[in-house]
Design a protein around this ligand. Sequence first.
Ligand code: 3PG
Length: 210
Amino acid sequence: MTPQDQSKAALDLAGRAPVIPVLVLNDVAHAAPLAEALVAGGLPALEVTLRTPAALDCIRAMAQVPGGIVGAGTLLTPEDVRAAKAAGATFGVSPGATDTLLQACIDEDLPLLPGAATATEAMILLEKGFTMQKFFPAEASGGAPALKGIGAPLPQITFCPTGGVSMKNKDSYLSLPNVICVGGSWVAPQDKMDAGDWAGIETLAREARA
Ligand code: 3PG
């Protein structure tokens, strides 16, 4: 899958909802009810970070939830790409980009949303054909003013800012012409998952979607 086709798929995915939940899951029992709550709240595209031992099993469980589009985040290596794909992930997200990782996504036909934090990083990805990128870590890299600045000379790149994005600041990003959606973990707080408060998470999703 070429970088151009990957970007097309990532753009389509990012257009489904203004927020992609970034999920750090420790308990596979949380996976299905969490996905159901987020989908019911209007957030169908879900990023499960490969940061916990339970992540791949969670992707497997969430891939069965109707209406959900499940991807794997924190992809760092070709092994991560292969494992994510085998578990049922239909897209990938990475904090940055290396040639090895980009090639693995081409080889495995996995649409990748690759991370960039500077104009140079964004240009390197653009040269390779990636017109849909993740701006990461968004707040620490200067937030919406920085992304607005990058957008002026590079309007052909569309971004999903992630990292430090919240209900409070999401609209500062979403109002930029080069932003289609944001990513964030705030819609799936650990305390609500531990309490099994799926209705509360559905409400957070609804608020994020609004
Ligand atoms: C992450 O790396 O965990 C994501 O970028 C989400 O960041 P957040 O927890 O600040 O939303």
